[in-house]
Design a protein around this ligand. Structure first.
Ligand SMILES: [Zn+2]
Length: 532
């Protein structure tokens, strides 16, 4: 007999052999059976918890293939600047935050977006110095590739008008006075970050718990965390305390490979709640920070083509690290945004694959944002997974043409072209860059309607994908991207009972309505972890 049954629903299983079902039976954390309500009723015993779905849509639990999970938790606990639309509001929020903080305490996170300011302009330290005389500030743009530091933070880091930009980064200086403006990009961010005290294990656990609660509300039953080796300890504790409510697949920094090898820190083999996915690397920066690396200059800044990430130096080291990881049987997931970054990465991966011989590697390019047409083909040929974030398309789509021109935008977030060539799309949010809400990502992938409402027919509409493909991107393909498609990603007998129930049947409403759909219930391992 089943522990839990869901009856009278519309279950989109993502299993091509039986795409739809009415009901699901769950036992001991796994799916026992799917079928008609009449069939599943036969598994109901005295102890069975019966839920009548009353026609609601059920999908496999969402898998978010790219998050910064712990940072997400910390940002939920920190100052919120994402929705800020003006300089005044920006300063007011920071001023308010200071009143809740101890003298000397760092103000972090924030996730501001200057593209939402009217007019769009980068913030400056002068805006906030007056309200933050005793608190160092290092608040990031939502993409994490740019921060605003106040004068106190710059002082602590020893950054002055004489300081030189580090390789892979930039200290922005006022063209008139030569003074740092407070904006630091990519590698220059570390100059401040290294002075920020590491949060305690207790603080990290709190952040993880807040993030897990948020994931449950969003129907996210598995996440891939682009993390650091230090996160593993936090998750291991939560695993022991049985507090992991979503499954975590952790990718640690490729720079920490040696450290990881030596630490002997291993996760129990075969645990379905916590696993090491592999190693995460970076080739370049981001579009919004003008550090994504292109072959041609930025349209709005003809002096610049972007930056190689510091992990690319000394030359050849990325290739070496990928080869080492491959020898150790570890998957690699590497961030590449600009067309040149993607091209260089494909060259590296192609060489490393040739050296390591034939194998099911499932290497991933994180973002694969701007691609040359020939590289779209090459990705498919090399069977590299495109780990993409559809929400970025409707967010960056507001201003991307201004930055890189129309032509390059045609192969930007080119989801349809990637699919047509046979590449697997594993979808994610890149939370906190975008909201941890797969439904907004699905909406973005199928409509490509930019957030400013300027593209009602879709931004480069030929790159829209079908709803079925988008859902698959947030379920089965995410499982595939972490070598777990045999145990999750579809609603199918024998698989883990991770499910999500929605407030609307997204297959029966106009695509624009998908963004107004919410998660009604989230089930992980056969347990209800969220109910509206
Ligand atoms: Zn990321």
């Amino acid at each position: 007999m089943a522990d839990l049954v869901l009856l009278n629903g519309s279950v989109w299983t993502v299993n091509p052999d039986q795409p739809w079902a009415e009901a699901v039976a769950i036992k001991e954390g796994k799916i026992m059976k799917t079928g008609s309500t009449a069939e599943i009723k036969k598994t109901v015993g005295n102890q069975t918890h019966v839920i009548d779905l009353d026609g609601d849509l059920v999908l496999p639990g969402f898998i978010d293939s790219h998050t910064h999970f712990l940072d997400g938790g910390f940002s939920l606990l920190s100052i919120q600047l994402r929705e800020v639309k003006s300089r005044e509001e920006f300063v007011t929020r920071i001023k308010e935050k200071v009143t809740e903080m101890e003298r000397g305490e760092w103000i972090l996170n924030g996730n501001w977006d200057h593209q939402s300011f009217d007019p769009p302009e980068l913030p400056r330290k002068e805006w906030i110095d007056g309200v933050t005389p005793h608190n160092p500030v290092c608040i990031n743009r939502h993409d994490g590739h740019m921060v605003l530091a106040n004068s106190l933070a710059l002082k602590i880091a020893g950054i002055t008008r004489e300081s030189l930009s580090p390789e892979g980064g930039e200290i922005i200086k006022d063209p008139g006075t030569g003074e740092p403006t407070g904006i630091l990009k990519d590698a220059a961010i570390d100059m401040v970050m290294k002075h920020i005290p590491e949060p305690s294990l207790q603080a990290k656990k709190k952040a993880a718990e807040v993030a897990l609660k948020h994931a449950a509300e969003c129907g996210v039953t598995s996440v891939h965390d682009m993390a650091y080796a230090g996160n593993i300890e936090v998750y291991q504790e939560l695993l022991k305390e049985k507090k992991l409510t979503s499954r975590l697949c952790v990718y640690i920094s490729i720079e920490e490979f040696d450290l990881y090898q030596k630490s002997g820190s291993r996760i129990p083999e075969g645990d379905t709640f916590l696993k090491i996915g592999g190693l995460k690397g970076f080739v370049d920066g981001s579009l919004g920070s003008s550090t994504a690396l292109f072959f041609e200059p930025y349209t709005d800044d003809p002096e610049k083509t972007g930056l190689f990430h510091s992990q690319m130096f000394p030359e050849g080291v990325m290739e070496q690290r990928i080869i080492e990881a491959d020898k150790a049987g570890l998957q690699v997931a590497v961030h590449a945004i600009g067309d040149r970054a993607n091209h260089v990465l494909l060259d590296i991966m192609e060489k490393a694959m040739a050296q390591g011989g034939e194998r099911d590697r499932r290497w991933r390019i994180e973002h694969a944002q701007h691609l040359l047409s020939e590289d779209i083909e090459r990705m498919a040929k090399l069977r590299i997974i495109a780990s993409v974030q559809p929400y970025h398309a409707i967010d960056d789509g507001r201003w991307a043409e201004k930055k890189i021109g129309k032509e390059r935008c045609q192969t930007t977030y080119a989801f349809k072209s990637l699919l047509d060539k046979g590449t697997v799309l594993a979808c994610g949010s890149d939370w906190t860059v975008a909201p941890l809400d797969p439904l907004s990502g699905i909406y973005a992938a199928v409509t490509r309607q930019t957030l400013d409402g300027e593209n009602p027919g879709g931004w480069f509409p030929e790159q829209k994908i079908s709803l079925q493909e988008a859902v698959k991107g947030y379920t089965l393909n995410g499982a595939y991207a972490e070598f777990s498609e045999r145990i999750k990603g579809t609603v199918e007998a024998g698989k883990l009972a991770d499910l999500v129930v929605l407030t609307q049947n997204i297959f029966e409403i106009p695509p624009e309505e998908i963004q107004n759909t919410e998660v009604k219930m989230t089930i992980v391992n056969g347990k209800i972890i969220f109910k509206k």
